[in-house]
Write a protein that binds this ligand. Structure first.
Ligand code: PLP
Length: 322
């Protein structure tokens, strides 16, 4: 089998956009297959783009699609753009409305992942941020679980380090930074693990390849601070609230040592894609009992109720699409 055929069949198992999908591109709605990007597109060569990942959850019972925390994602896009010397061309309210419009046009009746991307679209050679044209699109795609969320995942501490703020700010969701995430993820998966946990350059736990991290230790949830080169996750903020309000436990933001991962009672990764993924093993050492933790399980139950619009208290987390 040729390399090309192999990669095509691997891609077929993944979420692949249908060519007729509606997308929003440079101010208009159009079909995915009608969009043409030039080979010289700056962002394709130099990683000069910033993006978001937003979920919408289908509630079968209510026949409703719930768009989760879209304003927070678009606010983060604005902050990422500011770091990258770009301007998001719409207000947050306009972006949320465009997203709802896009989901409606596509008539999705399943869980969906929404991907807005603002990028340097000038077709020229030359690494820089200034004097470039920018383009913006939003597309959406039916999407299931990004990582396993039921029986727990096995992680390795990556040999790759998280990009430091001094080099490539991790708090901005910059396309180019994801080469680092890809190095870590593939190293972990090809070594037989499910996911990578990445340390900062100075050796503290930062986050997963595309997830934030919480551990439970002596009855307190601990998560690395925003100054340990993490993406300031939207899900992380939601989970901090659930831990405090629903589990009645404390959450502490502090630096975490690698070996605390081996000695904590529960560990989880979280993110828009990952949702809440229990970690049951790190570097071949069982986490706690080696099974999905009791509090992690409880968090999952509360989280999935909230994101599917089932929990009156968290109604304001989501926007109904239909
Ligand atoms: C590197 C990284 N960290 C953390 C997260 C979690 O962020 P959020 O909860 O906003 O999706 C993501 C997901 O986008 C990510 O890519």
């Amino acid at each position: 089998m040729s390399v090309e055929t192999k990669s095509k069949s691997a891609a077929a198992k993944k979420a692949v956009t249908h060519p007729n999908t509606w997308v929003f591109y440079n101010g208009e709605f159009g079909r995915y297959h009608d969009i043409k990007l030039g080979l010289m597109t700056h962002a394709l060569h130099y990683g000069t783009g910033c993006f978001e990942g937003i979920r919408a959850y289908w509630n079968e019972k209510h026949e409703q699609l719930h768009l989760l925390h879209a304003p927070a994602h678009y606010e983060r896009l604005r902050r990422s753009a500011n770091i990258m010397r770009m301007t998001v061309p719409y207000s947050t309210e306009e972006l949320v409305n465009l997203t709802v419009d896009l989901l409606r046009r596509n008539q999705f009746k399943s869980d969906v992942y929404v991907r807005p991307l603002l990028y340097a679209s000038s077709e020229e050679i030359g690494v820089r941020l200034h004097n470039l044209n920018h383009s913006f699109f939003i597309y959406a795609i039916p999407f299931g679980n990004y990582v396993e969320i039921e029986s727990g995942i096995k992680c390795m501490v990556s040999t790759w380090r998280r990009v430091p703020d001094q080099s490539l700010p991790a708090r901005a969701k910059i396309t180019g930074s994801y080469a680092q995430s890809a190095l870590a993820k593939s190293e972990a998966v090809e070594a037989g693990f499910d996911e990578a946990i990445v340390l900062t350059v100075d050796g503290h736990v930062s986050e997963g390849s595309a997830e934030n991290l919480f551990m439970l230790k002596d009855g307190v949830f601990v998560t690395p601070p925003v100054t340990d080169d993490i993406l300031e996750g939207v899900t992380r903020t939601l989970i901090m609230r659930l831990i405090k309000e629903d589990l009645g436990k404390d959450v502490v933001e502090r630096s975490v040592d690698r070996t605390e991962l081996y000695t904590c009672d529960e560990l989880l990764l979280c993110g828009t894609g990952a949702q809440i993924s229990p970690v049951i093993e790190v570097d071949h050492r069982p986490v706690g009992s080696g099974k999905v933790g009791e509090f992690t399980q409880e968090l999952q139950n509360i989280y999935f109720g909230a994101v599917r619009g089932e929990t009156p208290k968290y109604k304001d987390w989501t926007i109904p699409v239909y």
